[in-house]
Design a protein around this ligand. Structure first.
Ligand code: CTP
Ligand code: MG
Length: 244
């Protein structure tokens, strides 16, 4: 079988601000999405990339990717563009529907993590190939994390309910890697379960609900998510350091 990567890129980027879809924001003069596609296509094992574009910009994203062809051997990677949904979960499900027949391992990678090193992509794919049904790159948490009571209005002081032991917490990244059938089943199950609000914030969470084991492998600092304006400052600095 072969390995595909679904890249959810349909978000608005509300926390980053600025109006334009986050995946199209420039990083070192090149759209963040192009960096993300290059980063995963650099992995030898990846034969198909499905980009999930904002639903009103799928044609523009197709044009953009055609204007930025993949270099070298990655040039043989098949890049598909499909329109996304209202939540990340829906967008990933729409991407999964565009996979071709002989794919048996699927990675899901946020367009908002444009600087993930290829070694992280390869390590996740290899762990799935070695038999793990769900593999997630993760790092220890630097900040202490508090849990709060639900339903506190914005602006009100938030009552703390407890403090999970930091040493037992991990911050998870993408690409998250899966046995294709397991990920499909997880998304089918989740789509049938109402009341999930914004949808799941990661795919492994849906697989956990099936009772399928999820394992962590080491993530990478440079796989951080561009979420707020300061993250863009960091991303520019990382890129400048690489080019130096
Ligand atoms: N995503 C998506 N479809 C959505 C929402 C999010 O494909 N309806 C994608 C984003 O494009 C991003 C990834 O999921 O690559 C992670 O989401 P996040 O960082 O939250 O991005 P946004 O949802 O765009 O940002 P925000 O939550 O600040 O609006
Ligand atoms: Mg979001």
């Amino acid at each position: 079988g072969r390995t595909a990567v679904v890249i959810p890129a349909a978000g608005r980027g509300v926390r980053l601000g600025h109006g334009a879809p986050k995946a199209l924001r420039l990083l070192g003069g090149t759209p963040m999405l192009v960096h993300a596609v290059r980063a995963v296509a650099r992995a030898r094992t990846v034969s198909q990339v499905v980009v999930v574009a904002p639903s009103d910009a799928a044609a523009a994203v197709r044009t953009l990717l055609d204007e930025h062809p993949l270099p070298g051997s990655a040039g043989s990677t098949d890049v598909t563009v499909v329109p996304g949904g209202a939540t990340r979960q829906e967008s990933v499900a729409l991407g999964l529907a565009a996979l071709t027949g002989d794919i048996d391992v699927v990675l899901v990678h946020d367009a908002a993590r444009p600087l993930v090193p290829v070694e992280t992509v390869e390590a996740v794919a290899a762990a799935v190939r070695a038999g793990a049904p769900a593999v997630v790159p993760a790092l220890p948490v630097a900040d202490t994390v508090k849990r709060i009571a639900p339903g506190v209005p914005p602006g009100e002081p938030e009552p703390v309910t407890d403090t999970p032991e930091r040493a037992l917490l991990r911050a998870v990244q993408t690409p998250q890697g899966f046995d294709r059938a397991v990920l499909l089943k997880a998304h089918e199950r989740a789509a049938g379960a109402p009341g999930e609000g914004e949808g799941a914030t990661d795919d492994a969470g849906l697989v956990e609900r099936l009772g399928v084991p999820v394992v962590l492998v080491p993530g990478h600092e440079e796989a951080f998510k561009v979420t707020r304006p300061l993250d863009l400052v960091l991303a520019e600095a990382v890129l400048a350091r690489r080019r130096a």
